[in-house]
Design a protein around this ligand. Structure first.
Ligand code: KG4
Ligand code: ZN
Length: 352
């Protein structure tokens, strides 16, 4: 089945075509430079940019793939979680195309898509543990199949990426901060006495990064020399102590993720694989720490390549095609679901 995937949940407008689990084409317009001017994503601007770019990206994608719209056999769209205004742009395009072409439509959970697209590069053995770490989410799942996710734990406040981004902002590193913390921090060894592993002294699987945020703010107020005078344009600054600061925060986040994931693996010995996804899964230290943990426990570790970690439409088309082929369908009334709201299982049709 030739499935079109549409992703507009945050600041990437992306469309992709997948058929039989293979990528036929992909087009993406990033808004990172626009939002970098404001130090974070501005929702209103994001929606307008999606609206401006989406249809021309669609024409470009079809031309790249040498296909015509009538070749599309199903449409999948990220229905949430995300920024509501942004999601609505993608949803509207998806409904228009599905209705106009007379093909089935399915709304895909953006977070599940992040995790399942790892299967494009390496087969996932189920049941699997899924750790979704992005700018907006830190979710730990037990995944029984691509269509059966049980949420085991989630952040009670900031997401892992948000913790890194806020720390980066405090020292005036550019947006997206997590990436710069990774780059600067990878040049030195961390000092693991600097920052806590927040919310780990409890038996649960939820996360809370607010303790780390306070510790980082305290550290900066005691060490104001770490703060860059102004946002640097271009190369990264050479500030003594800044690489150590970055490495140590990175290590605190990586270790916190490792502690909770290892606890989930203890509670679910049936899990055969750990899948890690989301923008923060591009982080080199987190990849190393989780990779080592899996090796020690005999778990297969599936870490998608960097291009598949951040938001993209291949993931929506990939999981969407699997869902459509399995018989999942949404009706024309399907809605977008903003961040913080549960995504309902309101399929028009489900298999079986
Ligand atoms: O999944 P994503 O692209 O967007 C959503 O939040 O849905 O994730 C963006 C997050 C940002 O917080 C960004 O700082 C972080 O991913 N990020 C990284 C790295 N690259 C992107 N964090 C740590 N290390 C990286 N290399
Ligand atoms: Zn995402």
């Amino acid at each position: 089945m030739i499935c079109l995937g549409i992703e507009t949940s945050c600041d990437e407008t992306a469309l992709a075509l997948v058929s039989e689990g293979r990528v036929l084409g992909e087009r993406m317009a990033s808004q990172v430079e626009l939002h970098a001017l404001f130090g974070g994503v501005v929702p209103e601007l994001a929606s307008r940019e999606h609206l401006r770019k989406a249809t021309s990206l669609f024409s470009g994608l079809m031309a790249d793939a040498g296909l015509a719209p009538v070749d599309i056999e199903g449409v999948a769209v990220a229905r949430g979680p995300g920024l509501l205004g942004s999601l609505l742009v993608g949803m509207n395009l998806a409904k228009g195309l599905a209705q106009g072409l007379g093909v089935p439509l399915v709304g895909v959970n953006h977070l599940h898509a992040h995790l399942m697209v790892a299967g494009l590069e390496r087969e996932i053995a189920f049941p699997a543990l899924g750790l979704l770490i992005s700018g907006g989410h830190t979710h730990l799942y037990l995944i029984r199949s691509p269509f059966d996710f049980e949420l085991l734990g989630r952040t009670l406040d900031d997401a892992a990426g948000e913790a890194l981004d806020k720390a980066a902002k405090l020292v005036n590193l550019p947006y997206p901060g997590g990436k710069y913390i990774d780059i600067l921090g990878s040049t030195v060894q961390p000092d693991d006495t600097l920052f806590p592993r927040p919310y780990t002294a409890n038996p649960g699987l939820d996360f809370s990064f607010s303790g780390l945020k306070s510790a980082v703010a305290r550290h900066i107020s005691q060490n104001p020399h770490l703060r860059l005078p102004a946002l640097p344009d271009g190369g990264l600054p050479d500030i003594p102590g800044l690489p150590l600061f970055c490495a140590s925060i990175n290590s605190a986040v990586a270790d916190t993720l490792r502690i909770k994931t290892e606890r989930a693996a203890d509670q679910h010995p049936e899990a055969r694989t750990l899948v890690v996804a989301g923008g923060v899964a591009a982080n080199s230290m987190i990849r190393r720490v989780l990779g080592r943990m899996c090796e020690e426990r005999g778990l297969a570790c599936v870490l998608p390549s960097a291009g598949l970690c951040t938001d993209n439409a291949v993931m929506v088309a990939y999981l969407g095609e699997m869902m459509l082929r399995a018989g999942y369908r949404h009706g024309p009334e399907v809605t977008s679901i903003p961040r913080g709201k549960a995504i309902p299982l309101d399929f028009l049709k489900m298999p079986g």
